[in-house]
Design a binder for this molecule. Sequence first.
Ligand code: HSE
Length: 298
Amino acid sequence: NQIKIFSPATVANVSCGFDVLGFCLDTVGDEMIIRKTVEKGIKITKIDGFDLPLETKKNVAGVAALAIYEDAKPDCGFEIEIYKKIKPGSGIGSSSASASGVVFAINELLGKPYNKTQLSDFAMKGEAVASGSEHADNIAPGIFGGFTLVKSNQPLKILELPTPSNLYATLIHPQIEVKTAEARNILPKNIPMQDAITQWSNVGSLVHALHTNDYPLLGEALQDVIVEPHRSKLIPHYNEVKKAAISNGALGSGISGSGPSIFSLSEGIETAKKVEQAIQEVYTKTGIEFYTFTSKIN
Ligand code: HSE
């Protein structure tokens, strides 16, 4: 009658795929305990780690839980404990980990009546509370694992992409907060045709690279001419981090979700570790607090 789950951090956008591409990390994530109760309704009883609202309708996990609960109409309620390890506003899918974790867990306790796409749809309702818009690019990799592409939101259609086996992600999280809603507001409403052409050629190349294990092509495709020029201004020393990562062997780097975290992809753990060290050196000099980690994509 109770389940304990690990809900992983995720990287959305993956440079060229704003609001559609994402991948799942396996070393950092939230933990949650979800319990069936006789009393009906959804109740958040504990949030450990960060100061977030316990009130169900104001909490990302609460809203996502209500979405699946109101659809399933079970003859019980659920109580949620959240042990939050992913800092809100860090750019590695903090809100979506809460949302996707809780719907996954409730589905398990109900005997798995829903498929992964339906779970993603419920989780999106929670994510919208945090970011001000419904997008599934963090939710989908959290629920499906690996790389995912959101083909459409309505109806929600998610494609699972293959992950080359020797691919590692290195993340740096500068300890500043970037609110997703604000990072979306600074984006242009219209884009030049030439930029659109560059971007969709990169998205297509990235998908092809994942299917063919073409690491160099994957690196070339990690380019974002639409969003990065605006958002990189919100991230201190962004270009230096990117330069350090690439000159130490990374295939490419970009903003993780809406930032401020920066991700780099590398072929092989040795390169990824070297990249992590080079990035640490850049940030140590700045005096800004940060943490880094390297993870397989899973
Ligand atoms: N695609 C989203 C964005 C991810 O970049 O705004 C963050 O929720």
